[in-house]
Write a protein that binds this ligand. Sequence first.
Ligand code: NAD
Length: 255
Amino acid sequence: MRMNGKVALITGGGSGIGEATCHRLAEEGAAVVVADINEDSARRVADAINNGRGNACAKHQDVTNEKRWVGLIADVVKQFGSLDVLVNNAAIAPIGTVEDTSLADWSRVQRVNVEGVFIGTREAIKVMKQKGGSIINISSDLGIIGEPTMAAYSTSKGATRVFTKSAALHCARKGYAIRINSVHPGFIDTPAAAGAVAEMSEEEAVTFQARILGSIPMGCMGAPIDIANGILFLSSDESSYMTGSELVIDGGFIA
Ligand SMILES: NC(=O)c1ccc[n+]([C@@H]2O[C@H](COP(=O)([O-])OP(=O)(O)OC[C@H]3O[C@@H](n4cnc5c(N)ncnc54)[C@H](O)[C@@H]3O)[C@@H](O)[C@H]2O)c1
């Protein structure tokens, strides 16, 4: 029970990597708050955890809503007594090159993927700075290297990567016992990955999959649990000397 006594809030907890993370942290003894813009999916995940004798509750949240962040964190502290772990996982991943992305689409991606992470991190620091905590920001391999077909998304994940280091250094300098790290998944078999491919024309999808799968040294996509296990490590005290780090979990893609 590596997470006994800890309270964890996971954004975008209703699907894919977020869902696997909620289950994994609950299995290790954490009280889990499953937050998602899709309330039904958050409730489904929380119910499954509670039916398996874990401790979870579902909360509706749009990560772009600053007021909701303040209210949600206050609710969590009131209900569970503390907030020990925040996983900023919610994101959107539309397809679009630099030439065919509208300003509105660009801004929407940065609002969800960057501003959401910023607001969450800032608000969590306010409550964690007394007792300590761990914040994990989900970036991507595409926050380290560019992807021509996902210009806005790659940019948002690069921003998440460097924002994580800035915030981690601030907390260390202030003497807060708060660690902040980023996780960089490669290509993981989730509804988002399937959705991104579904947005492409048949020809684009075939080329994209051949290009991506062909360049993963381990030869296959990862599973959500592969990422959840990394998030568990960063959430637990086992990673107590890590802050401002980037954990790449990608079957060797970046290497
Ligand atoms: N799947 C991959 O291959 C992959 C690769 C690299 C990084 N990632 C990152 O991992 C994270 C999870 O991705 P996934 O593949 O599990 O995605 P997913 O689409 O399966 O899940 C994302 C969840 O976020 C929620 N969400 C979307 N907008 C939201 C908002 N404004 N407020 C609150 N919740 C919102 C969705 O409802 C959904 O439940 C994301 O940060 C993604 O960028 C995924």
